[in-house]
Write a protein that binds this ligand. Structure first.
Ligand SMILES: [Zn+2]
Length: 408
């Protein structure tokens, strides 16, 4: 990364870019920072001094002398500040607290939203978040912000569109409701984009790679990273892969189209298919309650992963659709890597990885030019929450790199 030349050495963006170079470099010297940023040594010295005074960067030692003055080694002071990430999901709420490097230092899982309505849920989120910080002995003053990951977002209208079953959330302004309760800035984005950002920040994916995170909770989402930033599109709604049409004569979708991936391969569809197989619902103890389709789905996915033939067949059928959609994405965008994340892949993710690998290896147009890695995120279940914490860190510390997301 190069610091944009139009920026003066004292601008906030320059400071943010230098901090990002220290973060991504692991340990660096002032000379290396000058080389990588294109700034003069004098400017670097000034910026680093202010980062050290703020406690964000520390000097951890010296390089062996090569004759002149010894160079000190700079590193991110990872425990100087913290961030919180929350993943809003119908199945469960996941909270993580991370340090500056994005390392998770504590987590909490509680029942999902969907039942009581947004106002009560926001009050609960504020309470649980406060409890987690106390438990971890993290002072609120050291938290830079809270990132919230949700299903889809209508960022332009400032409201959260969470799922088709909870219409109350569709017009609910989450940020405005949550910020005053917790006294911290809140930034939010869709869960697939958060998961992608988290993988990138934590260094699991090289910054040079163009990759996508395929996220599965109630439905499918795709987070796309290109050149180190999250791709945004016109309204920050890149990645609606759940509405990719995979069968033009398929079932009607709630979006208005027909044959969408979501209608054929998402958890709700798999649960419906399980009920069509004689005796299976009773054997597995499925509830059939529309509000509990996610726990029904988990029972099917777990049985499939254990090798129960009918459940394996249902998961594999879903995986074949997902593999076809993913192959199209790989072909359209020429990606290096697809990372599968989210609670939907927690139990039977391996079935999806196998089918996607098979399709991409055999049919990707670029298969003779470069490989495409297909892998499960680590940790898949916390990927969105961890990425949401990353989003909060990025907004607070390296705003020059923020391609979108929304505040206020
Ligand atoms: Zn659709």
């Amino acid at each position: 990364m190069t610091v944009p030349q139009r920026l003066g050495p004292s601008s906030a963006n320059t400071r943010s870019a230098i901090l990002d170079l220290v973060r991504s470099g692991g340990s660096v010297t002032r000379t290396e920072l000058a080389e990588r940023s294109g700034l003069t040594p004098t400017s670097i010295t000034r910026v680093v001094k202010s980062l050290i005074e703020d406690g964000l960067v520390i000097e951890t030692g010296f390089l062996e002398s090569t004759g002149g003055k010894r160079s000190s080694v700079l590193e991110l002071n990872t425990r100087a500040r913290f961030a919180v990430g929350v993943s809003l999901d119908a199945g469960r709420l996941t909270y993580v607290v991370t340090d500056l490097a994005g390392t998770v230092i504590g987590r909490l899982v509680s029942p999902g939203i969907d039942q009581v309505g947004p106002s009560e849920d926001v009050a609960r989120i504020a309470r649980e978040l406060g409890q987690l910080l106390v438990q971890l002995d993290v002072p609120v003053e050291s938290v830079v912000g809270v990132g919230v990951a949700g299903a889809g977002l209508d960022l332009g209208a400032g409201a959260e569109r969470l799922s088709i079953t909870s219409t109350e959330w569709e017009s609910f302004a989450l940020t405005q409701a949550l910020e005053p309760r917790i006294g911290l800035p809140v930034v939010r984005d869709n869960d697939a984009a958060c998961a992608a950002l988290g993988q990138y920040w934590a260094g699991r994916v090289p910054a040079t790679q163009d990759f996508a995170t395929l996220y599965l909770s109630n439905g499918f989402g795709l987070g796309l990273m290109t050149g180190g930033s999250v791709a945004r599109g016109a309204s920050s709604n890149v990645g609606e892969i759940g509405h990719m049409i995979v069968d033009i004569d398929g079932p009607d979708c709630w979006c208005g189209a027909r044959g969408c991936l979501e209608m054929l391969a998402a958890p709700r569809a798999i649960v419906a298919q399980a009920f069509e197989l004689k005796g299976l619902a009773d054997e597995l103890g499925l509830s059939g309650d529309p509000h509990r389709f996610r726990s029904d789905f988990e029972l099917i996915a777990r049985a499939g992963a254990r090798g129960e033939p009918r459940c394996y067949g249902l998961m594999d059928h879903s995986a074949r659709y997902v593999a076809a959609a993913t192959l199209s994405i790989v072909n359209v965008l020429d990606l290096d890597r697809i990372v599968l994340a989210g609670p939907g892949f927690a139990d039977a993710g391996a079935v999806y990885v196998r089918r996607i690998r098979e399709q991409v290896t055999r049919h990707a147009r670029t298969r003779g030019i470069h490989p495409v890695a297909i892998e499960l995120a680590d940790p898949g279940l916390d990927a969105a929450a961890g990425g949401a914490a990353t989003l909060a860190l990025q907004h607070a510390l390296t705003p020059h790199a923020v391609g979108g997301g929304v505040r206020g």
